[in-house]
Design a protein around this ligand. Structure first.
Ligand code: R5P
Length: 285
């Protein structure tokens, strides 16, 4: 049984196609008061794969996932592989200030309680998130897919991480493509404000590609793009795995003059041009 939740239907169809399976019918709607209703149609089998990204723009996707999992469990489905291409709440993986919820741990606990027996995700914000689960959890990387895409359109790019945290992603891509990589220095001032230091970068006349795991408000990329243009890059491309794109983030990024923005389809967006369906299908087989 392959079930695609509301947030990941297109990707679920892609995965089903890769696995040569059909999608299980899922009825999702709201009661008049706004509460969620779900019904799993078709034959209930003992093994299921459920695909649903969580987090932005709606917490409802998370609730829907819990309802699906608990329903499968109550119908004696014993093996439930849960694919969460974008793992929402993953950035609150520790207590930064006293009294804060460790939201990622709460989500992990609820996924297990409701029935998940294995978790598959892509470029989790921290690999350590896997340790929050007591069930097998796999953190797959979409960077090779992004590298292949970039390799098709640029000959000798410079891969740039917008902060030190993204350097491992940039490095993974640069190693595959056999090109250079560098990083910028970023300080986060608040959830929607970042400061990026102008570093001495050798980008003059180079085709630069900024790589990050997530684009949320776009602040990180806006700063990085401006710095690269100021230093004379001949082209600035932006790529990320998870295009969260809060409000007008994409517009703000394009307004800096970037040549293109490329993302995967862990989340639906106008720039989700690289599909992770084949990557996930390989691990689900
Ligand atoms: C931060 O650690 C992440 O890798 C991203 O750089 C960050 O989530 C991007 O956020 P925003 O688009 O809001 O700057």
């Amino acid at each position: 049984m392959i079930i695609g939740g509301s947030a990941s239907q297109r990707l679920a169809a892609g995965i089903a196609k890769e696995l040569d399976e059909t999608l299980c019918p899922l009825e999702t709607r709201r009661f008049p008061d706004g509460e969620r209703y779900i019904r799993i149609g078709g034959n209930i089998e003992s093994d299921a794969i459920v695909i649903q990204s969580t987090g932005y723009p709606q917490d409802e996707n998370l609730l829907e996932l819990f309802l699906i999992l608990r329903t499968l469990k109550s119908l004696d489905v014993t093996n439930i592989k849960v694919v969460i291409p974008y793992f929402g709440y993953g950035r609150q993986e520790k207590r930064f200030k006293n009294g804060e919820a460790i939201s990622a741990a709460v989500i992990a606990e609820l996924l297990e309680t409701t029935g998940a027996t294995e978790i598959f995700s892509i470029n989790l914000h921290e690999d350590g998130l896997c340790d929050m689960f007591n069930i097998p959890t796999y953190n797959l990387s979409a960077m090779p897919l992004i590298a292949d895409y970039i390799g098709e359109i640029l000959e000798d790019p410079l891969i740039v991480a917008p902060d030190k945290g993204a350097l491992s992603f940039a490095d993974e891509i640069a190693t595959i493509l056999g090109c250079e990589c560098d990083y910028l220095e970023k300080t986060r001032i608040s959830p929607d404000e970042v400061e990026t230091k102008t570093k001495n970068l050798d980008v003059k006349n180079k085709e630069a590609v900024i790589i990050d795991d997530i684009i949320s408000t776009g602040g990180t990329i806006v700063n990085a793009s401006r710095i690269l243009s100021k230093h004379g890059a001949s082209k600035v491309l932006v790529s990320c795995v998870h295009p969260v794109m809060v409000e007008d983030a994409l517009l703000k990024i394009f307004a800096t003059g970037v040549d293109d923005v490329i993302a995967t389809d862990t989340l639906n967006s106008d720039v989700s041009v690289i599909s992770v369906a084949s990557l996930l299908a390989k691990f689900l087989r």
